[in-house]
Design a protein around this ligand. Structure first.
Ligand SMILES: [Zn+2]
Length: 128
């Protein structure tokens, strides 16, 4: 009764998991980087202090320093957040089997590029 069920290869698109890249190693890299960012976020949260706004005790310059520090901390957090998004997106593509292919032109992203930046989602040409 299963005779009619002989499917031809179900191949939507041409995507397959690339064999020429060490996806496992790249995945470990992504995961450990992810952990580092999470650890960093944790530590900076603990060390972040509210900006002292009392000008008589801290003085104008140091108050500005404090505000600047806070702005920098926020910026760092924003970058970490973006980085996390990139990492998660790359991990998702690994699951999908689309990792290593340019999101824009479907070409394979060179192994060297992935080694430098495992979150790379487009090839060098499309990144320009
Ligand atoms: Zn491309």
């Amino acid at each position: 009764m299963f005779r009619h069920c002989q499917h031809t290869d179900v191949r939507y698109g041409t995507m397959t998991t690339r064999k020429d890249i060490d996806q496992k190693a790249l995945k470990n890299k992504l995961l450990s980087h992810r952990q580092e960012i999470l650890d960093d976020t944790q530590t900076s949260k603990e060390s972040r202090e509210p900006v002292e706004l009392d000008q008589t005790s801290v003085g104008r310059l140091s108050r500005m320093d404090a505000l600047q520090d806070q702005a920098m901390a926020l910026e760092t957090n924003r970058r970490r957040h973006v980085e996390l998004l990139h990492i998660d997106a790359a991990l998702k593509r690994m699951e999908d089997g689309t990792y290593g292919y340019c999101l824009s032109c479907d070409e394979e992203i060179p192994e060297k590029r992935l080694e430098i930046d495992p979150t790379a989602s487009v090839c060098v040409d499309c990144a320009r």
